[in-house]
Design a protein around this ligand. Structure first.
Ligand code: GLU
Length: 297
């Protein structure tokens, strides 16, 4: 079975992304799993820079010493698989705008996601026919209000009600939750490691994994890296990518040390390699709190 790192090629990886990748690599390698790289470029396939951004992401992962099995998989090459999966699901067309959902749905979750209230679930064919004239529908999967639990290395048992979530957006692009699950199932991924901003998506994805005949993954949602003000680390926080840090005289090897130190795996000035970290890796000893980034030097 396999673990994976699945960046979206929207911008260069920052220290938080690199740290998540390191944890994903350590968890996969320490459990004898293959480690796969998947470029999640569905949203960005019309952005001309996506291949270049992905190439820099791949180079940055190599620069801190992470290796992958096989060639990277690009989601934009796999559209037929997503369409096949959608055809196997019980789905319906949804004509709701964002605003209509906001007005009809209950309060948003902490991450801003609004559970779909089911407005279009029972439209007749005649009603759908009429609405299609004004608006291209999104496609939602019928989840029948299922409750799904997942087990997360950091968060423990997390349970959520699965709403009728979108599997194809109304611009025809396969939705994030669909594409991730189709690929994880096809690639034999049974260990999902990523930033904890995606924790609340995991019950939906675990439920869909089972619908598509896959094995439920174990999850590890890594606490985000925060800037000194306590906000989520972003590019505007200064030198947070390998390229920026290199300009400031901070090498990739130094960055690996800082990441390892933040994970209780190395001293602040110890020179390390991923292999050396693997030898001393204990998931139970990983810090539970977000990493607040101080000055990098
Ligand atoms: N592509 C997503 C991101 O970069 C991660 C998806 C996942 O790991 O499931 O945020």
């Amino acid at each position: 079975m396999a673990g994976r790192f699945a960046p979206s090629p929207t911008s260069d990886l920052h220290l938080g992304n690199l740290r998540t990748a390191l944890v994903a690599w350590l968890l996969a390698r320490s459990t004898g799993r293959a480690f796969l790289l998947r470029i999640e470029d569905l949203d960005t396939q019309r952005v001309r820079a996506a291949p270049e951004v992905a190439a820099r992401q791949i180079a940055d992962l190599a620069a801190i010493g992470l290796d992958f099995d096989g060639e990277p998989v690009w989601q934009s090459d796999r559209l037929a698989r997503y369409a096949d999966a959608v055809a196997r699901l019980d789905t319906y067309e949804c004509f709701c705008t964002r605003r209509e959902i906001a007005e009809a749905a209950s309060a948003p979750h902490g991450d801003g996601y609004r559970a779909y209230p089911g407005t279009c679930r029972h439209l007749t064919e005649a009603e759908r026919e009429q609405r299609r004239r004004d608006r291209t529908p999104a496609i939602r999967v019928r989840a029948h209000g299922a409750v799904q639990a997942v087990t997360d290395l950091w968060a423990g048992e997390v349970s959520g009600v699965v709403d009728d979530f979108v599997v194809v957006r109304n611009d025809g692009v396969p939705a994030y939750n669909l594409a991730v699950v189709v690929d994880d199932v096809a690639q034999g991924v049974d260990q999902v490691v990523r930033g904890d901003d995606l924790l609340s998506s995991s019950p939906r994805q675990a439920w869909l994994t089972r619908r598509l005949g896959g094995t439920m993954a174990q999850y590890a949602h890594v606490p985000l890296v925060l800037n000194p003000q306590g906000g989520r680390l972003a590019k505007r926080d200064g030198a947070v990518t390998l390229a920026d840090l290199a300009d400031a005289g901070v090498t990739a090897g130094r960055v690996l040390t800082l990441l390892a130190h933040s994970l209780n795996l190395a001293g602040r000035d110890e020179s390390v390699s991923p292999g050396a970290l693997l030898a001393r890796f204990d998931p139970a000893a990983l810090p539970r709190e977000p990493w607040v980034l101080g000055p990098v030097d």
